[in-house]
Design a protein around this ligand. Structure first.
Ligand code: AMP
Ligand code: ZN
Length: 475
């Protein structure tokens, strides 16, 4: 199956071809751990998980690297703010290291409960300072940097392709640059690689460097760590769309300037924003207007309800959060789990048909949908279509469901129906349930009734519900 992905670089759908056949190197910008992740951040991580699962589903071996930003991310994108962790430390009287540890743990709790497959490599910025310094030295050797006012800057005028990801109109941006711009910059769009002076006093996280004691700029960490683990050129880089104009633009400039290898990354994928239910604007940590996953759980939602809610929209569309939409995701997931629970009950002890990807029908439709730039609403429609399809046997359906769930990640393999969870059902009874279902399907009412009687003689009763047959213990 040909996979098409929308490449932000060039703004078009492209057929995916990996640099090394059957292998994919993928980097996703991770969380800045100065606060809890909000559910908008988590939308981006769910998108990356679906992307990775889709590639694995089609036979690729994926090496997924994600960083943890625990230093260097300033409150303003223009190098004029305060380190986010440093600020939180100052405001709460805690150590920046403790804050990073606490919120990294909280992040992975959310990550795991959303059934997001952990990256192969998780790398903290603070553990890769030597790699960042080495990369800055390389840029310095190539004449791409200057030191001014105690900081090391990347000079964008040494990289003629600066701004290509965001289609930046440099002449307009430079002439209309903000008045509060750092006066040490030769060009207002230059950015800091290494800080030794901070207007916010002595900061806790500092390291020795050839330019003096200080700390790295935010962008350099992603270039240094991605290249360390994935090589100087790799396949996919992703994040949320807010990273396009500054963070990813600067990552490209410093990586390509350092190595001279262009393109550094083949495919750039970006997830659109989750919009806040109350303000209608982008959910953001800095505005203080944000919802967390534990908050949703405290209101009675399962984290997978949120995952299903996210699968209901294409990753390149904005998604408006509302509790009403969460209620309908919760209700849909309940029905889904019941239906799959029924199938699992009907199929217990039976061998399921193998799925090899050459199938027609719903399975083919599902594969086509995910290969088309991950059209998950269409893929979900294929799952529902399969579940409602009377022409398929329970075994065919269950095999299809489990195949699809490799990408959906909804833990459908754990679905249980009432009987499955609470009762120890003998195999003979399960066989009779299946026999009755088949008899009903072929309208053989005599055989169906006979099977029902035999089930009852064995101490169970079978009830027909809108979600399918349910087995209960006879009282
Ligand atoms: P941060 O922890 O701020 O570094 O952000 C982690 C990821 O979440 C980044 O890829 C951001 O681009 C992304 N992100 C931030 N806000 C939103 C939002 N409202 N909706 C979706 N993704 C977001
Ligand atoms: Zn990054």
């Amino acid at each position: 199956m040909k996979i098409k992905l929308y490449n932000t670089m060039g703004r078009q759908l492209e057929e995916f071809q990996s640099i090394v056949p059957s292998h994919v190197g993928m980097y996703g910008c991770g969380p800045t751990v100065y606060n809890y992740a909000h559910i908008g951040n988590l939308r981006t991580f769910i998108f990356e998980d679906v992307l990775k699962r889709m590639l694995i589903h089609f036979g690729y071996e994926v090496k997924h690297v994600m960083n943890i930003t625990d230093v260097g991310h300033l409150t303003g994108d223009g190098d004029d703010g305060e380190d986010k962790l440093g600020k939180m430390a100052r405001e709460t009287g805690r150590s920046a290291w403790d804050i990073a540890k606490f919120y990294t743990e909280a992040f992975f709790k959310d990550y795991d409960s959303l059934n997001i497959v952990r990256p192969n490599i998780i790398c903290e910025a603070t553990k890769h300072i030597p790699e960042m310094i080495a990369l800055i030295c390389r840029l310095e050797d190539g004449g791409h940097t200057y030191v001014s006012g105690g900081n090391v800057y990347f000079s964008i005028d040494t990289f003629p392709e600066y701004g290509k990801l965001a289609n930046l109109d440099l002449s307009r941006l430079q002439s209309g640059a903000r008045t509060d711009v750092d006066s040490n910059k030769r060009n207002p769009l230059d950015f800091v690689l290494w800080f030794t002076r901070s207007k916010f006093g002595k900061q806790e996280m500092m390291w020795d460097s050839p330019w003096g004691e200080g700390y790295p700029g935010w962008h350099i960490e992603c270039s240094a760590m991605s290249m360390k683990y994935l090589g100087e050129q790799f396949d996919i880089h992703c994040g949320g769309i807010d990273a396009i104009p500054v963070h990813h633009t600067n990552e490209i400039a410093q990586s390509e300037a350092a190595t001279g290898k262009i393109p550094w990354v083949r495919y750039w994928l970006h997830a659109e924003f989750l919009l806040s239910g109350s303000t209608g604007g982008k959910m953001s940590k800095s505005s203080g207007e944000f919802l967390t996953l534990p908050l949703l759980v405290s209101k009675g939602y399962d984290p997978l309800d949120y995952r299903l809610f996210c699968l209901g929209a294409h990753y390149r569309s904005q998604l408006q959060f509302s509790y009403q939409a969460m209620d309908s995701a919760k209700a849909s997931r309940k029905v889904l789990m019941e239906k799959v629970g029924q199938l699992r009950l009907a199929c217990s002890g039976k061998e399921l048909p193998q799925i090899n990807g050459s199938e027609t029908g719903w399975i083919h439709e599902f594969d086509e949908s995910i290969a088309a730039d991950m059209n998950m609403p269409k893929a979900m429609a294929a799952l529902w279509g399969l579940l409602k399809d009377d022409s398929m046997s329970a075994e065919e359906k269950l095999a299809g469901v489990l195949y699809m769930d490799q990408v959906l990640g909804l833990k459908l393999d754990t679905a249980v129906c009432e009987a499955d969870s609470d009762l120890d059902v003998p195999q003979e009874v399960l066989d009779l349930v299946e026999k009755r279902a088949m008899a009903k399907k072929s309208k053989d009412w005599v055989a169906a009734d006979k099977a029902r009687d035999m089930i009852e003689q064995m101490g169970f009763a079978v009830k027909d519900t809108p979600q399918g047959a349910k087995l209960v213990k006879k009282v």
